[in-house]
Design a protein around this ligand. Structure first.
Ligand code: PGA
Length: 244
């Protein structure tokens, strides 16, 4: 049985105290099992604090990492530093960073390399804009976003792909189930064809909530979800986990 994964992307929300309260509230009610896991991605400033003070151990990750190894890169946090504070994962390529921080494929490739060298598991985000969706270009965009990022000797067991249509993030809009199936099947086939890896977990993200999660997760090609807004409310995140 393939493991199902639910990821909480808190983005730039929650101070130290509120983050710990939220993490404890979630962690009290749900547990990681062999077949179902949840991962929390708090803002980097609170990772260590949550790790140190949480009542029961938790899987935790960062929302980004530096493309550089170390040195004079003011404001950056290296993959190695992220690993050293107890993160097992890092998100790379979230559309908010691609848009607001002008992150290109070339830069994302460097981030993937640094994260890989540091031994972090990568959650790599892809997704098309509304314009591309309307022009029926979704699969073309996904192919472009995935091409050239992973070498043939990459350890694909350390990789999770999150498909997040940009137009579905924080908008309360989600694609039709058939469209989710089409994109997830495409991503899985991409890894099978290009890297002979047929086991890549693909999560869906973009306005996931407790009302729509059951239907989305019922698709076999959907291996879980990446949740933003709804992950900031413990009750809601727990309900979503229950539908996984
Ligand atoms: P959302 O965000 O659930 O608030 O749409 C998802 C994400 O950006 O990861």
């Amino acid at each position: 049985m393939k493991v199902k994964i639910l990821i909480a992307n808190w983005k730039m929300n929650k101070n130290l105290k509120d983050g710990l309260v939220l993490a404890n509230a979630i962690n009290k009610k749900i547990t990681n099992t062999k077949s179902k896991k949840f991962i929390i991605l708090p803002s980097i400033h609170s990772v260590n604090y949550i790790k140190q003070n949480i009542k029961k151990s938790i899987l935790i990750g960062a929302q980004d990492c530096s493309p550089f190894l170390k040195g004079a890169y003011t404001g950056d946090v290296s993959a190695k530093m992220i690993k050293s504070i107890g993160c097992k994962f890092t998100l790379i390529g979230h559309s908010e960073r691609r848009i607001y921080n002008n992150e290109t494929n070339k830069l994302l490739l460097e981030k993937v390399c640094r994260a890989n060298e540091a031994g972090l598991k990568i959650i790599f985000c892809v997704g098309e804009t509304i314009e591309d969706f309307k022009k029926n270009n979704s699969l073309k965009v996904l192919k472009k976003q995935l091409t050239g990022i992973f070498g043939t000797n990459y350890n694909f067991n350390n990789l999770i792909i999150a498909y997040e249509p940009v137009w579905a993030i924080g908008t309360n809009k989600t694609p039709q189930i058939a469209d989710i199936k089409k994109t997830h099947d495409f991503i899985k086939l991409f890894f099978k064809k290009n890297y002979k890896f047929s086991d890549i977990p693909v999560l869906y993200g973009g306005s996931v909530n407790s009302q729509n999660s059951k239907e989305i997760f019922s698709l076999e090609c959907v291996n879980g979800g990446l949740v933003g807004g709804a992950s900031l409310i413990a009750r809601e995140f727990i309900k979503i986990y229950d539908t996984l």
